[in-house]
Every structure is written in structure tokens, then in C-alpha cells.
Write a protein that binds this ligand. Sequence first.
Ligand code: NAP
Ligand code: GDD
Length: 349
Amino acid sequence: MKVAFITGITGQDGSYLTEFLLEKDYQVWGLIRRTSNINTRRIEHLYENNNLILKYGDLSDSTNLLHIMCEIKQKESFELLEVYNLAAMSHVKVSFEMPEYTADTTGVGVLRLLDAIRSSGLTDKCKFYQASSSELYGMVQEVPQTETTPFHPRSPYGVAKLYGYWITKNYREAYGMFASNGILFNHESSRRGPTFITRKITRGLRMILTGERDRLIVGNLDAKRDWGHAKDYVEGMWKILQHDTPDDFVLSTNEFHSVREFIEKSFKMKGIDIEWNGEGLNEVGIDKNSGRVLIYVSDKYFRPAEVDELLGDSTKARTLLNWKPKYDFNMLIKEMVESDCDVNFNYYS
Ligand code: NAP
Ligand code: GDD
């Protein structure tokens, strides 16, 4: 029996990874948080699958994590358990408002999980994946960024992820654990959380088209990101754990685009040509045909320290893991716009 444990199973990546592993006949255990409202929408379509087992817990609760690891060990028979640590307070802007909580869950949470594996006697029977991030590069020290590029995180989130990256490496070196980091550049989808910029744009477009809203208000239009599709990236996570040895890998598309360009292409898909006018906080995006102002800029969405541009070089993963993204930038935007603006699109397909 192939068995996996996923933290962050209710998130964007967690939901795609669960589908991917269930299709490969894994027994998937997932950690969900108790909330006062439903937080399992992204995985509800998988509930009928008997190979999916959900446990309540939180990365801030070490006894809970230890208990779950012991339960998996006791109930399942496996040669190697795959643990994917995807749980995190993952919003960069929010991390400036909740720095201590972010450090506790996104940073120290990684240690709690690694130590639960060790304390339950699973060190040699477990492969561990840590969801590291291109936010580690922050103020980039070279372009493009590879596994050897020095880190310079620019947010409490980035700093917490730096701890997660190093404690993963440390457990590999100190205890011989199969523990790997995936340093993933931004990846999006129709399941992306609505406050990340790509989804904010495609949802905002829908609201403008339906008349629910008359404008989209954003922050830094010139930020550039290396945007891929989450489906490609969860396959990469799995490939990282199938490699002969534990190691750290960048996953990226190797091209970057600006927020401005993402807006232009999304609106163009619905027949709206955006023309830019003005500068800084006074810049606006105008619908060329009607002359209506549709895009505004507000400093409310600026960050105390910004990451201006991220561009990955995933040659190592492409060479050693035979990983390559199938989606390109245009395909990603098409899926996201269709999903948000076309009622017939199946959110979970
Ligand atoms: P996401 O959609 O925000 O999902 C985060 C998941 O973590 C959710 O399931 C959330 O649960 C859970 N979570 C949050 N705090 C928790 C806690 N204290 N204890 C247990 N679970 C907790 O994030 P994502 O985009 O799927 O990203 C997955 C991971 O990859 C994250 O660690 C993220 O930082 C990292 N990453 C993402 C990207 C990207 O571009 N997407 C790039 C690099 C790295 P609820 O559903 O209950 O909130
Ligand atoms: N969220 C948001 N909202 N971002 C905006 C906005 C806005 O209104 N306007 C401009 N931006 C800019 C941000 O300033 C940033 O430069 C860029 O758009 C991307 O922002 P997000 O989509 O929030 O993602 P992120 O790059 O900060 O973080 C994501 O990617 C990381 C990997 O590099 C998250 O998924 C992190 O968890 C992940 O580690």
C-alpha cells in the first residue's frame, strides 16, 4: 500500500495533490482545521473515495501531529510513507499583519511535523516534502534564480519559509531523513485563493462583466512573477519524492510576466482592450472602446517591502526529474478566465 499524509489538503495545491495521489492508488491522509464554516470545498468532490482519510489538526499543535503520525504508523502497512507539508499561512501581505502567527505556523510548524515523524519512530520509513517558496529569493541576488542563488526574503512569510527550508535540510543532514525542499515559483489555477492577484483579476473581471462591481482596485502593477499552473507543480512535488536521494529543486516555468500584462490578457479574452493612463497611484486602466475606467491603483495593496520580480530556472528538475510544465501563461489565463466568467465551466475538472 502506498500511503501519503498531506497537511494543507484543503488548499489549492493540497486539493490537486490529493487527486493526483488518489489516481495513483495512494491511501491519502489529510490534515484539516476546525473552522466555524466549511473550509473543505476544494476536496468535497473526493469525499466518496474510501482511500481519503481526514483528521482534524493544526501545525501549531505538536501533540496532535505526533498522535496522527502514530496512528498512521499503527493502522497502515507501508514501506515508505510520503509526507507533504503544504500547510502554511501563505499570504505574503497578510504575513506583515500577523508576523508572529506566520512564524509559528509557516516556520516552526515545519519543525513540529518533522519532529512528530522522528518521535513516532518513522525517520527511516518516511519521505518528507517541504513546500518552500521563491519568496526566499525576495530581493533577488541574481536573475534567473536557481537552487544555488543566495536567499534574501522580504516578508515575515519569506523569513518563516527560510526557517522551514533550513530545518528540513537540517533533519536530512542530522538524522539522515529523506527530506526535500521544493522551491516553487508562483502557481495558480481556478482554485487559487481569491485574494492572490491572479484570481483577484479573473474574479474582478467577472464582477465587472456582470455589473456586480464597476472597477478592480489593485496594488503594484509592475511586479513580475513566474506564473505556472498548480496541476503541473503538484506532479513536480511527487517527482521530488520519487528521486533516489533527498535534494532541493526549483520548479518554475522560466518566464515571467507583470501584473499589468495579466490584467491586459485576461480582459482581452472577454473583448476588453485596456489602455493605461497616468502614473503611480494615479494610473488607471481604461476600456478603449467605451472609455470607462475599469482599473484603479491603491496603496492599500502595497507591501511594506516588495518583491519586484521573480524568475526561476528549473533546469535541475527538468534534467534530473524529467519534470516540465504542460501549461503556459496563455493556457493558465484562459482556464482562470473561463472558470470565473463562464458558468458552464467545471470548477473541479
Ligand atoms: P493555500 O491555498 O493558502 O492553502 C494553505 C493550506 O494550509 C490550507 O489548507 C490551509 O487550511 C492550511 N493551513 C493554514 N494554516 C494552517 C495551520 N496553522 N495548520 C494547519 N493547516 C493550515 O496555499 P497553496 O497555494 O495551496 O500553497 C501550498 C503551500 O505551498 C503553502 O505552504 C505555500 O506557502 C506554498 N507555496 C505556494 C506557492 C503558490 O504559488 N501557490 C508557491 C510556493 C510555495 P484552511 O483551508 O483551513 O485555511
Ligand atoms: N495579492 C495581491 N493583491 N497582490 C497584488 C495586488 C493585489 O491587489 N496588486 C499587485 N499585487 C502584486 C503583489 O504586490 C506581488 O508583487 C504580486 O502581485 C503577486 O502577489 P500575490 O498574488 O499575492 O502572490 P505572492 O507572489 O506575494 O505570493 C505567492 O507566491 C509565493 C511564491 O513566490 C503566494 O502563493 C506565496 O504563498 C508563495 O510562496
